[in-house]
Write a protein that binds this ligand. Structure first.
Ligand SMILES: Nc1ncnc2c1ncn2[C@@H]1O[C@H](COP(=O)(O)OP(=O)(O)O)[C@@H](O)[C@H]1O
Ligand SMILES: C[C@H](O)[C@H](O)[C@@H](O)C(=O)COP(=O)(O)O
Ligand SMILES: [Mg+2]
Length: 471
């Protein structure tokens, strides 16, 4: 009987448990459970509903039991940078504060007073996002020093969920790199940097690699679920797992398209040169010590927020159709303007930007969606130009993976803008990469190369080419 695994993929907008296994030479998926994820305000900070997320994981595992599915393992991946701190009694010292919380406003600039931006980049190779873990911890050190003094354990979100399941404390490598506190060359916590910042290095756990078997479930969880299984580490940074599932990385620029758009290439070495710094590219850790040379682009967060502002009266598919009907609307925004990171009202923020730049102001849902999609494509093209400038090579194709690959209009716009072939899929790339890492650990798959070959043969990928001839 072949082994099987459960991937828990929790992105910023939704979570899902997906059962994965090999059958007749193909990777098969079965969605077991799906749930909403969102940021809430607890009166002090924007936070994740971490207890609810853990309950949803258990709900999904209970559904497995009801369906008669007995998986051999489970692996959890989520968004990056966020964490919890535990005290000496392993109690939470704060809620799971979200990266969009304003507590990091101004912190990056304060850190640069103690270590230069250039040195930080040369040591870590990580892009400068104001919400990186390093700036979140610096904010706590500055504004709530008593919390940091009591902190004995630092766990990132997937680490914490693993701890709740198993009682084992560990920091997984790919997600740890997103903190901007791991040295890109030693691949360990940068203790010199932590000392320099006055952050207690003792609270960080041993860094474990993807495919590590963390252990079985705590007895109380076994009693609750009615069965046990191994917790295996995938690339617990969701984008790290998504990139695992890119079938053909040579000559490919991947675009992990979800709440964020993560656009980049896979490497076997970090690129920490000044041009990469100037363009704000990152070298996040990948499976098997690969590197994800990529940059964050604001992503479909913008259409998620517009959808919410419109009272969820339109589905994403309907918003795409309305954007097609607004074909004549041409205003665009700089999607990476900080105002779009967490505006009170995304539609108003977009309208304000268009007003400030003397452009036609979008009024309808279709104009808003068209503006967002056109604007994202401009940012994608800019990032592709920068990648090709740094690599001194042209890339043949763009592989769009994740939920956003279902946006056929956006896929076509990318093909028209870049004049590159666009391959859309797999949709559940993150969960697929998560399952692949577990099945390799279970010796059901030999390695990432075999996994990628099987992924290529197992999932539909739709191709888009430019319909407008280059002039
Ligand atoms: N049917 C659809 N048509 C167009 N876009 C879609 C469709 N379904 C989902 N999407 C897009 O996919 C995004 C969610 O992608 P996903 O990878 O699940 O996000 P995350 O992992 O960040 O929660 C949505 O914000 C939406 O823009
Ligand atoms: C805040 C990080 O940059 C973010 O988590 C990004 O790395 C990421 O992985 C986003 O994944 P989504 O599935 O939430 O788009
Ligand atoms: Mg995701």
């Amino acid at each position: 009987m072949s082994k099987s695994s459960i991937a828990v993929d929790i992105g910023a907008s939704s979570g899902r448990l997906i059962h994965g296994y090999v059958e007749e030479g193909k990777l098969k998926l079965q969605e077991i459970h799906r749930f909403e994820n969102k940021i809430v305000h607890n009166g002090e900070n924007f936070c994740w509903e971490i207890d609810k997320l853990f309950d949803e994981i258990k709900n999904g595992l209970k559904k497995c039991h009801e369906l008669g599915i007995q998986p051999d393992s489970i692996g959890i991946d989520t968004w990056a940078v966020d964490f919890v701190l535990l005290d000496e009694n392993d109690h939470l010292l704060t809620d799971a504060v979200a990266y969009r919380d304003p507590r990091t406003d101004g912190m990056m600039e304060e850190v640069f007073q103690t270590i230069s931006k250039e040195r930080l980049y040369l040591e870590t190779g990580i892009q400068f996002q104001k919400f990186n873990t390093i700036y979140q911890l610096y904010s706590i050190k500055k504004n709530n020093p008593e919390i940091l003094e009591k902190a004995k354990t630092f766990l990132m979100i997937p680490d914490y969920l693993n701890y709740l399941l198993t009682g084992v404390k560990a920091n997984e490598y790919t997600n740890a790199t997103s903190t901007q506190l791991v040295n890109a060359f030693t691949k360990k916590w940068d203790h010199q940097l932590l000392d320099h910042l006055g952050i207690n290095k003792g609270m960080f756990q041993d860094i474990k690699l993807p495919k590590t078997v963390l252990g079985g479930l705590k007895q109380e969880i076994v009693n609750e679920l009615g069965f046990d299984l191994d917790v295996i580490l995938p690339a617990t940074h969701d984008t790290g797992s998504a990139v695992v599932s890119v079938p053909e990385t040579e000559g490919t620029i991947y675009l992990s398209s979800g709440t964020w758009s993560l656009i980049g290439v896979e490497n076997h070495f970090p690129i920490c040169i000044m041009k990469a710094l100037d363009y704000n590219f990152t070298n996040e850790g990948g499976i098997d010590y690969r590197y994800r040379f990529l940059k964050n682009i604001m992503g479909l967060w913008m259409i998620q927020e517009v959808k919410r502002n419109l009272g969820d009266q339109y589905s994403f598919a309907q918003l795409v159709d309305l954007a097609r009907e607004a074909d004549g609307f041409t205003s665009t925004v700089n999607v990476d303007d900080e105002r779009f990171l967490k505006p009170d009202n995304m539609m108003e923020a977009i309208q304000q930007y268009c007003s400030e730049t003397s452009q036609e102001i979008p009024q309808t849902a279709g104009e808003m969606a068209k503006c967002i999609f056109d604007s994202l494509v401009i940012s994608y093209q800019s990032a592709i130009d920068q990648i090709e400038e740094i690599y001194e090579q042209n890339f043949d194709r763009v592989n769009v993976i994740g939920g956003g690959c279902q946006n056929e209009l956006l896929n076509q716009l990318i093909a028209e803008k870049t004049k590159k072939d666009v391959y859309a899929g797999p949709v559940e790339a993150t969960a697929i990469g998560n399952v692949a890492a577990q099945l390799i650990a279970l010796n059901e798959l030999k390695d990432i190369n075999e996994a990628r070959t099987m992924i290529k043969d197992s999932f539909e990928v739709k191709k888009y080419t430019s319909l407008i001839e280059e002039r």
